[in-house]
Design a protein around this ligand. Structure first.
Ligand code: UD1
Ligand code: CA
Length: 447
């Protein structure tokens, strides 16, 4: 039997944030989400999350994880105190308890599996992960012999100057024999600099403790402040870019781009500098994205080109050109071969195949058919001050420059609107719509 407990009750004072630390995000997922994901692969029999701060918010953010057991720790009196809360809950449980710090977000499932395997083959009271860190500031120091048997862990603030020189650090990932742990948990004291009950004190109380040193020290980086969080972000971003490079995506300047883990790319995609993809994004083959582009929760087909633009919660089909400086707002669909040019904002609209909105326009709550041409500076006036209204422009219609289409309004097929018009009434198929003052000429006006 395997139970996993994630320590997530700490406030994270060093983050100086109104959010509980474990809800801070890197590469689009929270720290706790990452820890949960890495432990889910083990198929544990029980999954416990020890919580204490903004519990409702935490539960809400994790509500898509079914079968989690939340255990309240109040007040939060240290990592040992956190695990003491499991005593009534795991009463009679027989097996291993894997304890994961909720703020160690880069751990790979394979590493946890190796830890459990090592634990099972030696049969100690506890086996835990360690790393040799050159600058181990803030981490507990592990005192072990050559065989990997551990005498004790001393938190940095309780170390003397000599002990601080030890670079073998505690990663905060432990596999305990629950029965043995349950016996000694009540004996933990708060006799340390912080006056907290430390989980690390169980190491010297258990009959036998072993450590397993990880090869990749980055994997066990802990996040206590925003500097460490930025380091983890950089590690993930590098991993993600390199992973996609090996699958056929080019990054011109990967250090200036960020991705979320839920991005997918086709082949021969080129990502130009300062491009950011967030949330769930799917990018087709042969796309060229950037420079200076932000795409969030959107799907792009093949051969799409986007320059210096923003696309959010939208769908873009194949062979579409966007930008520079276009703002594609949520619920927009751009169909095949359409072109959205500079300084164009599109919101909650469908732009049909081969249609063009090339310059300085606002198109909102609109449906455009195919091969529609929107002249420079055209505005759909979709808001009457209280409600939003729809604009429909059917196939092959051409809207002259600087027109205002006052919604609700319907322009039929093959309609032409004269430049500078303010259109307030529907225009039927094949008609010209004009809505502007007649030009006056007064001769000899100035002499
Ligand atoms: C801890 C370890 C340290 C190790 C480091 C690795 C202890 C005493 N020290 O230190 O040896 O090198 O992690 O990253 O364990 N938490 C609770 N309840 C509490 C206090 C903390 O659930 O009362 C949770 C936090 O939310 C956090 C985790 O436990 O997710 C670790 O707590 P933190 O205060 O960050 O411990 P460190 O000082 O980093
Ligand atoms: Ca920590």
């Amino acid at each position: 039997m395997l139970a996993v407990a994630i320590l997530a009750a700490g406030k994270g004072t060093r983050m100086r944030s109104s959010l509980p630390k474990v809800l801070q995000q890197i590469a689009g997922s929270s720290l706790i989400e990452r820890v949960l994901k890495s432990s889910n692969e083990l198929n544990p029999d029980r999954r416990l999350v020890i919580v204490g701060h903004q519990v409702e918010l935490l539960k809400e953010k994790l509500n898509h994880h079914k079968g989690l057991e939340y255990v309240m720790q109040k007040p939060q009196n240290g990592t040992g105190h956190a695990v003491q809360q499991l005593l009534p809950i795991l009463k009679g449980f027989n097996g291993e308890l894997l304890v994961l710090n909720g703020d160690v977000p880069l751990l790979k499932p394979q590493t946890i599996k190796s830890l459990i395997k090592r634990h099972q083959s030696y049969g100690c009271g506890v086996t835990f992960l360690t790393a040799r860190i050159n600058n181990p500031k803030g981490y507990g120091r592990v005192f072990a012999d050559e065989q990997g048997r551990v005498k004790e862990i001393i938190e940095e603030r309780d170390c003397n100057e000599d002990q601080k020189l030890n670079t073998l650090t505690n990663a905060g990932i432990y596999c305990f024999n629950w029965e043995q742990l349950a016996k000694i948990l009540p004996k933990l004291s708060d006799n340390n600099d912080q006056k907290e009950i430390y989980l690390t004190d169980t190491i010297s109380l258990l009959p036998e403790a072993m450590h397993l040193e990880v090869d990749d020290t980055e994997e066990v980086s802990g996040v206590n402040n925003r500097i460490q969080m930025a380091k983890c972000e950089a590690i993930i971003q590098k991993q993600l870019c390199e992973e996609w490079m090996l699958k056929g995506v080019s990054f011109i300047d990967k250090g200036s781009c960020t991705l979320s883990e839920n991005c997918e790319f086709g082949r021969d995609v080129i990502i130009e500098p300062q491009t950011h993809l967030r949330g769930n994004c799917k990018i087709g083959d042969n796309c060229k994205i950037g420079p200076g582009t932000l795409i969030e929760n959107s799907v792009l087909g093949d051969n799409v080109k986007v320059i210096n633009s923003i696309i959010r919660e939208s769908k873009v089909a194949n062979n579409v050109d966007i930008g520079p400086f276009a703002n594609i707002r949520p619920e927009t669909t751009l169909e095949d071969n359409c072109k959205i040019g500079n300084f164009v904002e599109i919101k909650k609209s469908t732009i049909g195949k081969e249609s063009k909105v090339n310059h300085l326009s606002y198109i909102g709550d609109s449906t455009l058919g195919r091969k529609v041409n929107i002249g420079a500076g055209t505005i759909t006036a979709n808001f009457d001050g209280t409600n939003k209204h729809q604009t429909l422009i059917d196939d092959y219609s051409k809207i002259g420059a600087n027109s205002v289409l006052i919604a609700p309004i319907k322009l039929g097929k093959n309609v032409t609107i004269g430049a500078g018009s303010t259109i307030t009434k529907d225009v039927p198929n094949n008609s010209l719509g004009l809505g502007r003052a007649k030009q006056l000429i007064k001769r000899e006006w100035s002499n």
